[in-house]
Design a protein around this ligand. Structure first.
Ligand code: AMP
Length: 297
């Protein structure tokens, strides 16, 4: 294993400084760890386009609300280092909460429009925590290409907006959602699901696929597409937080009848586990959910 694991801000700053001094390109993947194929696809892409790839692992306390799964969020740094290494990452940065949030800190970064609705409604303070910690990473790491997953669609839009608004010297690249063989979007939280719950979770990609099917048949009535998603998600034990269509760029709510491409976004609770997923609906949609339909292999 050749990856270098750093735990402190000072060595990290020195290391990225040296990379820059040598004129090398730096790719960055920000994560909360418990790495899976979704994260690794970002690291692999970063490795093809850059000389050095930095993966961060930080379970950011400020983006979790009271009663959420901060304390039980999976953590395994050794395994993360091995996986990141195998995907071509050269540096892993796993800071302590105390170094990211120094004693007495009181600064938060707040975005207005893009953090409203969808997850913003169900996780008060979540996007403030995300914007704050990402701003800190942008400051510490600096210039580079940052690879984000479209799986966290609202977060991706928010970070793009943040980078633009605060003039961070970063380029943001959003990459497609990686799914399991049966269509379920990969997530560190999938490991919380019992076999029965995992089966129920397949309703999420099926609902998105149903929305895409309707869209392709020419359906452009917002409520009808949203109703279809809710129907496929079914009722208990799948608790729907939202199943909505939004403007794909701005995330603004849609009029009764929409045109152009939109994003279908879903959040559900299955037992204690919260899952999110989304699919961009457009005439040339290229994010298929291959085997969710018909129960897969
Ligand atoms: P997380 O560790 O869940 O905070 O995710 C870190 C990064 O990996 C974010 O940019 C996510 O959008 C991305 N990511 C997580 N799951 C997936 C997935 N299934 N496919 C692609 N990217 C993902």
């Amino acid at each position: 294993m050749t990856i270098q694991v750093l735990r402190e801000l000072g060595p990290l700053r020195r290391q990225v400084g040296a990379i820059r001094a040598e004129g090398k390109r730096l790719g960055v993947v920000l994560t909360m760890g418990a790495l899976h194929e979704g994260h690794l696809s970002l690291a692999r892409e970063a490795a093809t386009e850059n000389d050095e790839v930095l993966v961060t692992v930080f379970v950011n306390p400020t983006q979790f609300g009271p009663g959420e799964d901060f304390s039980r969020y999976p953590r395994d740094l050794d395994q993360d280092a091995a996986l990141a290494d195998s995907a071509g990452a050269t540096l892993l940065f796993a800071p302590s909460a105390a170094s990211m949030y120094p004693e007495g800190e009181e600064t938060r970064v707040v975005l207005s429009q893009v953090s409203r609705g969808l997850c913003g409604d169900f996780r008060p303070g979540h996007f403030e925590g995300v914007a704050t910690v990402v701003s800190k990473f942008f400051n510490v790491i600096g210039e580079g290409i940052y690879y984000l997953g479209q799986k966290d669609y609202q977060q991706w839009r928010l970070i793009e907006q943040l980078a633009r608004d605060l003039l961070f010297p970063v380029k943001i690249v959003g990459l497609p959602t990686v799914r399991d063989h049966d269509g379920l979007a990969m997530s560190s939280r999938n490991q919380f699901l019992s076999p029965e719950e995992r089966q129920l979770a397949l309703r999420v990609p099926l609902a998105l696929q149903a929305a895409l099917d309707l869209y392709r048949l020419g359906q452009r009535r917002t409520r009808d597409v949203e109703g279809k998603m809710q129907e496929v998600l079914g009722g208990a034990p799948v608790q729907i937080q939202y199943a909505e269509l939004r403007h794909a760029q701005t995330l603004a709510p849609l009029p009764d009848t929409f045109s152009g491409s939109v994003v279908a976004a879903i959040a559900v609770l299955i037992g204690k586990t919260r899952l999110i997923d989304n699919l961009v609906l457009s005439v040339d949609a290229v994010d298929p959910i291959p085997s969710a339909i018909g129960g897969a292999e």
